[in-house]
Design a protein around this ligand. Structure first.
Ligand SMILES: C[S@@+](CC[C@H](N)C(=O)[O-])C[C@H]1O[C@@H](n2cnc3c(N)ncnc32)[C@H](O)[C@@H]1O
Length: 264
């Protein structure tokens, strides 16, 4: 398949699946689609496009091929000191006995929620977080959830972990970095689709980074944001990715770069 044929395929098929097609002009996605076509013994892109359009089962297969799960611990390192402040302040505002609940939606292999767990534990140790807290991490991708369960990572994933946390919580063996069970126990993982399922609880803070707001069309983004907004306890906060843009009129106001507060 040529570049042009692949681009034409993406442009024809992906918007109807709710995706922003340009985000998928990538070699790894092209490789996955080509291998799927080979397994079906389909040699023309146009024929595969017709199959996807006509067959819901094949659309589901293609949907799974479009999952991009690359991430790392403490992604956008500058953000985490802002988050530390936000979390300590949010905890202070809780009623006595109330728990601070956080949701990492689209958590991939656990890098984001585990970063958060290490940050929260650090805050608690330094007396800046005196409330109990929970972290729920969800994703649609089972392979990623299994990766999170093993808690093992390569250097590329852990290279931005602050050194005192890296030494406290990871052990390294032959290039594999294993996260301590003590941190893994601080996060609950669950399979969940942000776009088709009810939010899995009520939260003070939701992370929706580098998933729907990057890969889906605006109409789908708005639906996801409405759902997130409905599960945020006022004043609740939403964290989005560095390159992501909040659509107009969805009921959030910017507090800092990447950090939004739910409007009353
Ligand atoms: C690139 S990773 C981002 C991980 C992390 N949030 C970050 O910012 O580094 C995107 C993740 O979102 C997940 N995802 C995409 N669409 C989703 C949906 N509708 N529901 C739940 N998870 C989704 C993907 O499976 C993938 O693991």
């Amino acid at each position: 398949m040529s570049n042009d044929q692949f681009r034409e395929f993406l442009r024809e098929v992906l918007p109807s699946m709710g995706y922003s097609w340009r985000r998928f002009e990538r070699r790894n996605i092209r490789r996955r689609v080509r291998s799927r076509m080979e397994s079906l013994q389909i040699h023309e892109m146009a024929r595969y496009a017709r199959l996807v359009i006509a067959d819901a089962g094949e659309r589901a297969v293609l949907d799974s091929l479009l999952r991009l799960t690359i991430t790392r611990f403490f992604r956008n390192s500058w953000l985490w000191s802002e988050l530390a402040e936000l979390i300590s302040e949010a905890a202070v505002r809780l009623e006595s006995g109330e728990t601070l609940n956080i949701w990492s939606a689209g958590c991939a292999g656990g890098e984001e929620p585990f970063s958060l767990a290490m940050l929260m534990d650090d805050l608690a140790r330094s007396g800046l977080l005196k409330r109990s807290w929970t972290i729920l991490a969800t994703d649609t991708d089972r392979a990623s959830l299994e990766r999170a369960h093993t808690g093992t990572y390569r250097w590329g994933s852990v290279r931005e972990v602050p050194r005192h946390l890296l030494h406290r919580w990871f052990s390294e063996d032959d290039g594999v970095w294993s996260l301590s069970g003590e941190v893994r126990d601080l996060v609950t993982f669950r399979e969940h689709d942000i776009l088709t399922m009810e939010p899995p609880g009520r939260f003070h803070l939701v992370f929706l980074r580098n998933s729907v707001l990057t890969y889906n069309v605006e109409e789908v983004q708005r639906r996801a944001l409405e759902s997130v907004r409905s599960c945020l306890i006022t004043p609740g906060y939403l964290i989005i990715g560095r390159t992501e843009k909040m659509p107009e009129g969805v009921g959030f106001e910017e507090v800092e770069k990447c950090i939004y507060r739910k409007r009353e």
